[in-house]
Design a protein around this ligand. Structure first.
Ligand code: ADP
Ligand code: ZN
Length: 604
């Protein structure tokens, strides 16, 4: 009797049970059904075709656009004892010949292949001779021009259906809005298939936004407090800032590497490889970094500048915590950044329609930053999903107080107006606070009726108020880029008291020792376990380096965390750990049991 999907999940992958819709999808495909699977990153898409591949006769063909990802997946499967190979431009002629021979002889369960190779006549003939078990089309959004990552080679894939009408196809993607979804179904001719949609939520990612004061120090505090020794990505807007931030982090004792389009290809590749193959590397990057990286244990994604849009933000932060363990998305948000982005839009010569869309996107992004509601709720609502307050974002764990800001707004707007709508926030706040700066004296601004009328708030609070007024368009920075503020078109109603507005009260920074400790990334309660965890990690790294593979293909962090907690003493106990199947038990139990044993002795 053939093994059941659950048997395979336990024996090969070492997981006790399926997640979400996995079981249903797998049954559907094993029975020969076709499917489009929409599941967020880290949702567990791979198992949806890997298990059917092992249950059905013949070799499963996996189409994937990114060579690096293929290599990783194949390596991970081999570690599990699964017979897998990748055919792409990185494979030598001889190697390709061997793989094709193995396919003919029925010696492979899964073959990953680049779309352009799959569609060659030679390869299609080979497939005709070796009975494919199924076709999995990964990153299926690449077939759509609506998607952000269109690949013309994907358009050919519709042919598979005609050439191999009896072979089930399963298309998978993490990003597909309505039009893209439609496109995938049409172009891949999947109209008879079932669509499986999992929600977009990434419950293990904790979202946090803080107002920008000194971004670098804020970043360092964040890493030092919550993410010592973790792998992370820091996004900056410009190359210069990437370089500067990376060297600064290095000077503070961290392992940080820059990554941007201005670096030589070779150097970029080296930095990316170190990020993947070492533990605890932080990459500081422009948005060019991240595509095609499948590292499951990225523990944090920090933005020192505003991302381009909420879509971009969700995608970038989605690179954290693919393994399902706790991870954080940390955004440092400055009023100036919002102003600059608005100027870029207004000052560009794109058509009005386009500008309107860009304005809406920016408003959505700023709305997210300034919200007094649960961040997750705001994010998911933007993508069309309802959500309850999540309990795992900064607002949920520390609700922002809001206040009737009408009077403060009136004062701020009048001060901008009285000073001639040409000064930046700093000077206008000086006027509100009744400051005695040289500029105020030189300009005679102490004579203004708004001079000193804002002493009830601190400078910091005023900054927050100005930021929020800019975010909702009541204040508009000049297009020349000098930071001068003028009144937005909707000001009148506020000035006349016809429109009331609510503002959030930014929590003042509390002293360090009062701050609630955020949940530790790995949620390991005892220090002893933490030491053991580090020792296990070191052993994993040594094993990985000896084989030239990334550490996470040996064991994911989640397995090591469990190991540190359960402290197995026998292979029987070791076999119970999640992520330990038969192949890894045979291969690695001895090594890791020795580390656990040495640790226990030391503690006695
Ligand atoms: P995706 O391709 O959807 O981003 P993956 O297939 O890479 O996600 O899976 C994400 C992580 O979840 C991997 O570490 C994988 O081993 C793990 N995983 C998937 N399914 C299960 C399961 N049923 N039980 C435990 N872990 C799982
Ligand atoms: Zn929340």
């Amino acid at each position: 009797m053939p093994a059941s999907p659950l048997d395979i999940l336990r024996r090969v992958f070492g997981f006790p049970s399926f997640r979400g819709q996995q079981a249903e999808i797998i049954d559907h495909v094993i029975a020969g059904g076709e499917a489009l699977v929409l599941m967020p990153t880290g949702g567990g898409k791979s198992l949806c075709y890997q298990i059917p591949a092992l249950c059905r006769d013949g070799v499963a063909i996996v189409v994937s656009p990114l060579i690096a990802l293929m290599q990783d997946q194949v390596e991970a499967l081999r570690q599990l004892g699964v017979r897998a190979a990748a055919l792409n431009s990185a494979a030598s002629f001889a190697e390709a010949g061997r793989i094709e021979g193995a396919m003919r002889a029925g010696g492979l369960d899964l073959v990953y292949v680049a779309p352009e190779r799959l569609m060659t006549e030679g390869f299609l003939k080979l497939l005709g001779a070796c009975k494919p078990a199924l076709f999995a089309i990964d990153e299926a959004h690449c077939v759509s021009q609506w998607g952000h990552d269109f690949r013309p080679e994907y358009l050919q894939l519709g042919v598979l259906h005609e050439r191999f009408p009896d072979v089930p196809r399963i298309a998978l993607t993490a990003t597909a809005d309505g039009p893209t979804r439609q496109d995938i179904v049409e172009r891949l001719k999947l109209a008879d298939g079932r669509i499986f949609v999992a929600g977009l939520d990434r419950p293990n990612i904790r979202y946090r936004v803080v107002p920008k004061r000194n971004a670098k120090t804020q970043l360092l505090d964040f890493i030092a407090r919550d993410h010592k020794g973790d792998a992370g990505i820091v996004y900056c807007m410009t190359r210069a800032k990437v370089e500067e931030t990376a060297s600064w982090l290095v000077a503070q004792g961290l392992t940080a590497l820059p990554y941007h389009a201005g670096l030589a290809t070779e150097l970029r590749q080296r930095h990316q490889a170190r990020f993947i193959k070492e533990d605890g590397v932080t990459v500081v990057a422009t948005i060019a970094f991240g595509m095609g990286i499948d590292k499951p244990d990225v523990r944090f994604v920090a933005h020192l500048d505003l991302p381009k849009s909420l879509e971009a933000y969700y995608q970038e932060t989605g690179r954290a915590g693919r393994d399902g363990l706790a991870a954080q998305a940390f955004l440092i948000y400055g009023a100036g950044d919002a102003g600059r982005m608005r100027q870029l839009i207004e000052g560009s010569d794109t058509p009005d329609r386009q500008k309107r869309i860009e304005r809406q996107k920016l408003d959505a992004l700023l709305g997210y930053c300034e919200t007094t509601d649960c961040r997750r709720e705001v994010l998911l609502r933007y993508f069309g999903e309802a959500h309850q307050p999540c309990g795992n974002c900064d607002i949920c764990s520390n609700p922002a107080a809001s206040f009737d800001g009408t009077e403060a707004a009136q004062k701020a707007l009048s001060a901008v107006y009285r000073t001639g709508q040409r000064f930046g926030m700093g000077h206008v706040i000086d006027v509100l606070l009744g400051g005695a700066t040289e500029r105020i004296r030189a300009l005679g601004h102490e004579q203004l009726s708004t001079y000193g009328i804002g002493r009830e708030h601190s400078r910091r609070t005023w900054q927050s108020i100005f930021r929020q007024l800019a975010a909702i368009g009541l204040l508009v920075p000049d297009t020349a880029g000098h930071g001068g503020l003028s009144l937005g078109p909707d000001c009148r109603a506020v000035l006349k008291g016809e429109r009331r507005i609510r503002l959030r009260l930014d929590p003042d920074e509390r002293p360090a020792r009062e701050r609630r400790r955020e949940r530790g990334t790995l949620a390991i309660a005892e220090d002893g376990d933490q030491t053991l965890f580090q020792a296990l990690r070191a052993r994993r790294l040594a094993l990985a380096q000896a084989q030239g593979v990334p550490p996470y293909v040996i064991f994911h962090d989640s397995t090591l965390v469990e190991m540190a907690r359960a402290k197995p003493r026998t292979t029987g106990e070791f076999a119970h750990l999640p992520g330990v199947g038969e192949a890894k038990l045979a291969r690695y139990a001895r090594d890791f049991l020795a580390v656990v044993a040495a640790h226990s002795e030391k503690r006695q």
